[in-house]
Design a protein around this ligand. Sequence first.
Ligand SMILES: Nc1nc2c(ncn2[C@@H]2O[C@H](COP(=O)(O)OP(=O)(O)O)[C@@H](O)[C@H]2O)c(=O)[nH]1
Ligand SMILES: [Mg+2]
Length: 309
Amino acid sequence: MNKCQGCGVLTDNDLCERCFRIKNYNEYKKVDITSEKFIDILKNISNNDLVILVVDLLNIPESFDDIKKYLKSNIILVLTKYDLIPFNNEPKIIEYFNRYELNTIATVVISSKKNYHLDYLYELIIQNKTSNKVYFIGYTNAGKSSLINKLIYNYTTSKSLITTSFMPNTTVDTISVLLNDFILIDTPGLINKYDIVNYLDFKSLKKLVCKRKIRPISYQIKGKQYINIDKFASLKIENNNIIIYMPENININRLYKKVNNNLYSVSLKIEKTCDLVIPGLGFIKIMKPGNITCNIISGVKIFCRDSII
Ligand SMILES: Nc1nc2c(ncn2[C@@H]2O[C@H](COP(=O)(O)OP(=O)(O)O)[C@@H](O)[C@H]2O)c(=O)[nH]1
Ligand SMILES: [Mg+2]
């Protein structure tokens, strides 16, 4: 048995059946893995090995406590999918991440898709690696495998590709790839069990895929109004201004009276301007204090954070 080059699972061939089907037929199959496997991998990273923590700028986790708990190595924080976000104040974005108190030696904003800042990141890796291993960690779907593929494509003559997809848990086990004289190690990634991706079928998951830069949608809300976000969520808001940052295929509309749905209801008291985050879906900037009722698919945990823009 050897490891599948696409996802790390044990297989008799170079590529397992699932990766073969994703690559050749665009056919996806969801696999269930747990965070325990990833935590075991984290615990086994030596303090000497450099770690690249990959964060999706569109899906920033509420905290990094799990990662901080198990990881003692130096971290290069990589904020990716910059091509998708409609704000371009890089110093401000980088400064925003100070609040997480990660053990970072550098922070860089990149886009694997647009090859943005990959040269800079490559230099940082070369300068800061203290062993021949560099681990890529973060939440599932953050863009770890895409980043490794881009580094291999840019800086080696190798053609091997790790499987990437918009489905969670594409990478199943560690995958090692050689980047000249050192090894890049891809990992499955931590699962946020409160992320909406865990509760959607294939068709809905496809809607979450963001193909181009997000176009924010603003609403001035006078009196009591309802904002419907596809079948996924609905907000009851009074006298406020909001800006919605979500993928273009999500259907968003405003209603003046309530429609029945079987979503789970959460009441929020907003004290100051903040972002209301729906993990995996996007976020809504709420400009004024007030009460908001959010109806959401049961199991998804929304949260408020200081506004990033
Ligand atoms: N627009 C954009 N999409 C990206 C970027 N990096 C990754 N993605 C997409 O994000 C999804 C998850 O990527 P993947 O590399 O499989 O994430 P992983 O689970 O962390 O390995 C895929 O649909 C990728 O095409 C990026 O820089 N820009
Ligand atoms: Mg992956």
